[in-house]
Design a protein around this ligand. Structure first.
Ligand code: AMP
Length: 283
């Protein structure tokens, strides 16, 4: 059975009031739509561990630093609803822009330090926009748990920091990255790649996995990372915004023996791809 599409907070609250009164556990999966198997993995995780599941679909203009990227972002509400129908979702919340940011809206949530580098350095305003809309969506949906993908590793750490700092009453659950058979992380932006670039795109995860293996085997990280950047550039990626090894939680410089993450963002044919994998410096 397909889940009701809800556009008004009043309708949403009528549902969540009843669920909360019945002591049910609510999970929310925030998305920007154009759903694919990566999103559906989050929904399935929520479905397994919550009594009620809300999926939100909102293309948040404030987290796009590039107007062209916003204009070209796919909007596929009917197809999204069809993909969600077999998964037993209880509500799909699709708020209007004017509901989220009505005239006079003047509040922004800003997480400092962890947002300074990597995505933050290349996408000014992105994390403020993301943190603001996630706060709004959590306040509107009132979940016990919220599900985020490891695909957007820095986003996941920013959300965790925000929830800790603001004592927000929600558990953040991380879901592993869903990949295509050739290793490319699923993303709504992959649709924009030409057929040739789509084939080439698998070099991004392959390069990360190869660099991680070498670093974990004890090779010096700096030259391995430099070679990885050069390999991508040589294969037609450009520019490589970053390819860095960082502490997995703080995203500061990694320490031997501590969980670390290899994170990259690179352009291919005008499409910006991001990815990340675990890679710990030997202790
Ligand atoms: P988006 O619609 O791109 O804002 O993504 C919504 C949520 O789905 C975010 O928490 C993403 O990290 C997550 N997500 C997107 N792609 C993937 C993927 N390939 N694997 C796992 N999670 C993903």
């Amino acid at each position: 059975m397909s889940a009701p599409i809800i556009r008004q907070p009043g309708e949403l609250h009528a549902l969540t009031d009843a669920w909360l009164a019945a002591g049910q556990v609510i999970g929310v999966v925030p998305t920007m739509g154009a759903l694919h198997d990566g999103h559906l993995g989050l929904v399935r995780m929520a479905r397994e561990s919550c009594d009620r599941v809300i999926v939100t679909i909102f293309v948040n203009p404030r987290q796009f630093n590039n107007p062209e990227d916003l204009a070209r972002y796919p909007r596929t509400e009917q197809a999204d609803a069809a993909l969600l129908a077999p998964l037993g979702v209880d509500a799909v919340f699709v708020p209007d822009g004017a509901l989220i940011y009505p005239p006079g809206h003047a509040t922004s949530v800003s997480v400092t330090r962890i947002t300074d580098e990597l995505e933050g350095a290349h996408r000014p305003g992105h994390f403020d926009g993301m943190a603001t809309v996630v706060t709004l969506l959590l306040n509107l949906t009132r979940p016990h748990r919220a599900y985020f993908g490891e695909k957007d590793w820095q986003q996941l750490q920013v959300v965790r920091q925000m929830v800790r700092d603001l004592h927000m009453p929600v558990e953040i659950v991380a879901c592993p990255t869903t990949r295509a058979p050739d290793g490319l992380a699923l993303s709504s932006r992959n649709q924009r790649l030409t057929a040739a670039d789509r084939e080439r795109a698998a070099l991004l995860p392959r390069t990360l996995f190869d660099a991680a293996r070498r670093i974990e085997a004890g090779e010096d990280a700096a030259p391995v990372l430099a070679q990885a950047r050069a390999a991508l550039a040589g294969a037609g990626f450009g520019p490589v915004d970053y390819l860095e090894l960082r502490d997995a939680r703080t995203l500061a410089q990694p320490q031997p023996g501590q969980p670390a993450r290899l994170l990259a963002a690179a352009w291919l044919g005008g499409v910006r791809l991001i990815d990340n994998i675990a890679a710990t410096l030997p202790g």
